[in-house]
Structure formats: structure tokens, C-alpha cells
Ligand binder design. Structure first.
Ligand SMILES: Cc1ncc(COP(=O)(O)O)c(C=O)c1O
Length: 414
């Protein structure tokens, strides 16, 4: 009889903390150079499609030359040439062996956990995670797949992570700095705990990006990315990626790309490649601007609290300085007066746009308690530091004095 299970299932990836790390692609090149060159060599293009820029191969099927020779790629659901350039570039930037992209960052998270965990398994994380990730952890996976999520109550303490791991733990998931409260987790310390227990560590590097933080060099085994944010830079693309050991990445590709069709289109992959060329300089400018705005807010009498790891008063400032080369473009602050207080400030902003995303070249504000983290219980929001008056600010590339002037008039005390 045809054994369907044998036909469909690959051997699942098994994590080995002692496995020798494969040297990442282009490790000899500097980070800025990898942003421009990795994954694509114009010399390898052929007439009549010889090209300086990676071509957009907007074809979802790829012809066979002979009956027996399966082309690679064969069908756009599994991979496309443009997407392969993006995957190789992202793997090179994060210092990982391989990468698989997905239709969004949330989908990339789903694909990773769906591939790695079976019913009865669990994942350990904290409440310092993005809203859709929390919704997957709190309802979708436990209710639909019988995969439990355990939330560490003191994420600053490596022993608290250790305490929640058992022999059914398949993944530790850290988001650092976290959205929206910019909590910084000690990646090397948590990696040590994970590896002693034989569990892989995944770090969501969306807010910092590889330009500012290299989780794999700090001990992470897997990196999750929302491409939608700083990587694509201008709110024109939605996409995500997982970077990690090749057997895991191919397992994810098989389970969720090939069979389920979680893909990013060639045009969008190409757009991201254009944005990646300027990632290092954009991230430094976002960071410089955010620090100026954070300093202004921290000194403003109508602001109760500022979350930005670049401020010396941030509880993990020194840790952030060890792990990151700059502190990024995302910050949050608490306006007095709860939800009406935050609404008043946001409604008065003129230059800064109210919208749901971050990492854009133009500055954006958003209200996490009602828009992204509304499904957390009030107690969970309190534990995660999400005050009713919390406003998230994604500081863009404008002249920072213009942003400060807009915030000053909106805060209403000048
Ligand atoms: C840290 C982080 N990771 C992942 C995601 C998911 O990204 P996407 O919006 O592409 O699904 C988000 C979204 O806000 C995020 O903030």
C-alpha cells in the first residue's frame, strides 16, 4: 500500500546544542557589503536578461527541460529566483545558515512553531511579545494544536526561564527589544540556559534588525523577522522570515511553504532587496532621531515614563549597550490620564501619523492597549508594562526638531 505518511513527512529537525555551527554565507564580508551583494552576482545573469539589479522573476512555474529533470525552482509556491536572493541575503545578514520567507512576520512565527512542536509540546516565552504573537500563543496554538505556551514572570532572571522548561519544551522565544515596551532580554544568558537544557533559542530581531543586533552571534539558534517593518522601511510590503539551521529551514519550507502556500511574491521580495541596500544607514539615522526624541520626552513634564534602551535611565541600558550597536527607532511613552489622555495627545499630533505599523521612514504613533495588545488581560498588560496611557512611537527619518515640535504642541504644556 502507498504509505502516505512516509511520502509526506520529512524527518523533523532535531536540535543538537553541540552541533558545529555552519559558517554563514559571506562571513568574510562586512555587514554593509552583505546588504548590497549577498545572494546575487550580476556576473551570473545571462543574455537576454543580463542585469545589474536582481531581476523580478514574476513567473509562478518553471519549465522542465526534459521529462526526468525537475527544474529548481519548479513551482512558485515553494520558491522563486527573486525570493531565493532575498532568503540568501537575509541569512547572510543574520549570520545564519539558511532562511525561509513567509507572507508576514506573524505567518513566519506560525510556520516555525507549527513545524517544531507537536500536540502535547510546549513553548516558553514571556509577555514581552508583539500582539499577534500573543494571540497565537494564548489561543490559536493551545486551542487548535494542543501546544501550550508558558509565560516567564521575571524575564530579566535567566533562572525564571530555566524553571519553565521541561522535556516537552520545543522552543524558547525571546523578543528583544520587545514591542511595545522595549524590554531587553539578556540573550547570551538565556541561550546558556536553553543549551544546557537542549532546547533551541529563537530571538525575534524585528525591532533592532541585524544592522543593530546579531542574535546568532550572541547565542541564538533561530531568528524570526517581520520584514514588514524596518527591513522594508516604508509600509509598502508585508512579509516575514525565519533564519536558522538548514534542516530546520527546509522542514519549514516543506510543511508550510510547499504544502500550505505561505509565500511572499517576487515583486515584494524584490522591493525588500532595494530597501535592504540602505538598511545600515537608515537604522543609524532612526536610532539618532529616536534618542533625541526620547531625551525630549524624558524631560517633558507631561510625560510619565519613556521606554527607550538608549536612555541611561532604562533598566537594561547597559545590557542593551552590550548587545546592540545602537538602540533603534522604536520607543514608547506614557501620557497621563489613561486612554483619554493618550487619545488627546495622539489626536493633536499634526506631522506624526496615527497608524498600525513601525519601521517606516515617516514617524508613526500607535496605542498598543487598544490596538495590538487588547486581547491581553488587564493583569497581563500590567505585567508587560502596557499602561492605558502608553503610546508607541516609531521614529522616522525626518528632521528630529520637527518631530519634537509636533510632540511638544501635542503634549499641550508649551
Ligand atoms: C516584534 C514583531 N515580530 C513580528 C511581528 C509580525 O509581523 P507582521 O506584521 O509582518 O505579521 C510584529 C508585528 O508587529 C512585531 O512587532
Amino acid at each position: 500500500m502507498h504509505d502516505k505518511k512516509q511520502f509526506f513527512m520529512r524527518d523533523p529537525w532535531v536540535f543538537d546544542p553541540d552541533a558545529e555551527k555552519v559558517k554563514p554565507r559571506d562571513a568574510r564580508l562586512g555587514f554593509d557589503t552583505r546588504c548590497l551583494h549577498s545572494g546575487f552576482d550580476p556576473a551570473e545573469t545571462r543574455e537576454p536578461f543580463r542585469s545589474f539589479v536582481p531581476p523580478i522573476v514574476q513567473s509562478m512555474t518553471y519549465p522542465y527541460e526534459t521529462f526526468d529533470e525537475i527544474p529548481c525552482p519548479v513551482y512558485g509556491r515553494t520558491r522563486t529566483p527573486t525570493n531565493t536572493v532575498l532568503e540568501e541575503r537575509l541569512a547572510a545578514l543574520e549570520g545564519g545558515e539558511a532562511c525561509v520567507t513567509a507572507g508576514s512576520g506573524s505567518q513566519a512565527l506560525f510556520n516555525l512553531i507549527f513545524t517544531i512542536a507537536r500536540p502535547g509540546d510546549n513553548v516558553v516565552t514571556s509577555l514581552n511579545i508583539f500582539g499577534e504573537g500573543y494571540k497565537q500563543a494564548a489561543t490559536i496554538f493551545p486551542e487548535r494544536c494542543n501546544v501550550a505556551f508558558r509565560f516567564v514572570d521575571d524575564p530579566a532572571n535567566p533562572a525564571a526561564w530555566d524553571a519553565l522548561i521541561d522535556n516537552r519544551t520545543k522552543l524558547i522565544w525571546v523578543e528583544s527589544p520587545s514591542n511595545p515596551c522595549l524590554f531587553v532580554t539578556d540573550i547570551p544568558a538565556v541561550a546558556e540556559v536553553c543549551h544546557a537544557r537542549g532546547v533551541p533559542l529563537m530571538v525575534d530581531n524585528t525591532t533592532a534588525t541585524a544592522a543593530l543586533q546579531q542574535p546568532m552571534a550572541l547565542g541564538a539558534d533561530i531568528v524570526l523577522l517581520s520584514i514588514t517593518k524596518f527591513l522594508a522601511g516604508n509600509a509598502t510590503v508585508i512579509g516575514g522570515a525565519v533564519i536558522g539551521p538548514e534542516p530546520l529551514i527546509e522542514d519549514i519550507r516543506w510543511n508550510t511553504t510547499e504544502f500550505i502556500g505561505s509565500v511572499i511574491s517576487p515583486l515584494e521580495a524584490w522591493m525588500v532587496l532595494q530597501y535592504l541596500e540602505t538598511l545600515p544607514m537608515r537604522m543609524l539615522r532612526h536610532s539618532e532621531n529616536a534618542l533625541k526624541v526620547a531625551e525630549f520626552l524624558a524631560g517633558h513634564p507631561a510625560v510619565e515614563l519613556v521606554n527607550y534602551s538608549g536612555l541611561p535611565a532604562h533598566p537594561q541600558h547597559e545590557l542593551a549597550c552590550r548587545q546592540m550597536c545602537a538602540h533603534g527607532g522604536l520607543l514608547s511613552f506614557v501620557a497621563p490620564g489613561g486612554i483619554p489622555g493618550a487619545a488627546g495627545v495622539m489626536n493633536r499630533l499634526e506631522l506624526i501619523v496615527h497608524a498600525v505599523t513601525f519601521g517606516t521612514s515617516r514617524t508613526i504613533c500607535m496605542h498598543p492597549p487598544t490596538i495590538t495588545h487588547e486581547h491581553m488581560t488587564p493583569e497581563e498588560r500590567k505585567a508587560a508594562g502596557i499602561d492605558d496611557g502608553l503610546i508607541r512611537l516609531s521614529v522616522g527619518l525626518e528632521n528630529p526638531q520637527d518631530l519634537i515640535a509636533d510632540l511638544d504642541q501635542a503634549l499641550g504644556m508649551s
